[in-house]
Design a protein around this ligand. Structure first.
Ligand code: ZN
Ligand code: ZN
Length: 198
């Protein structure tokens, strides 16, 4: 087991519920947007497409955080539905799979193992794209993984974007070994079980 057993100090709040649906007027996509707080660190994961930026910022305010207090933004990967609203958080460093972007500083590094705080770290989880990373937060009640390895609790079992299903399967297993709660790209958080696509 690679389960992280020691409780952490992070607090995890989903501030926008992700979705993918077909409406009469077209396909609608919303990113799951998550706020993770650990001490002075406030992280937004996947500030992507939302139906209302006002509602997103109101949800953040509801947790006592102003946009300029967000210290870090994480892109799980580079699809626009998970990145387009990054500029709402003007002071945040931005993290992706291969770098940290701070103002006009491009700091190359590998995301695997990068620590944003004592209880928040990044791991490489390729599969949906080959540049996917997941944000792992250790809390008092378990380990949360913000990840696009699943769109939602039901998968899809086979990700239509995946170039190599075996790579995605390995990442999913790694996440299941670590995390007690999955926060997927486009759906409510879930506790993995026997029906979770592997
Ligand atoms: Zn994507
Ligand atoms: Zn997505």
């Amino acid at each position: 087991m690679t389960q992280t057993s020691a409780p952490g100090t992070a607090r995890v709040h989903v501030i926008a519920d992700g979705y993918v649906r077909e409406d009469d007027d077209g396909d609608r996509v919303g990113s799951t947007v998550t706020l993770i707080i650990d001490g002075d660190v406030a992280v937004i994961v996947d500030p992507g497409m939302v139906s209302s930026r006002t509602a997103l910022l109101a949800a953040l305010a509801g947790r006592g955080i102003a946009p300029e207090q967000v210290t870090d933004v994480v892109f799980s990967h580079h699809h626009p539905d998970h990145t387009v609203n990054a500029a709402l958080f003007p002071a945040a460093r931005i993290h992706d799979f291969w770098a940290v972007y701070d103002g006009d500083l491009w700091i190359s590094r590998d995301a695997e193992g990068a620590e944003l705080s004592p209880s928040i770290r990044l791991i490489a989880t390729p599969g949906h794209t080959d540049q996917d990373i997941s944000t792992i937060a250790s809390t008092a009640d378990g380990v949360y993984a913000c990840t696009h390895a699943w769109w939602g609790a039901g998968g899809p079992a086979e990700d239509p974007f995946s170039q190599d299903p075996a790579v995605l399967a390995r990442s999913r297993q790694r996440l299941l070994d670590i995390a007690s709660v999955i926060i997927p790209g486009h759906g409510p958080s879930f506790r993995p079980g026997p029906g979770t696509p592997r």
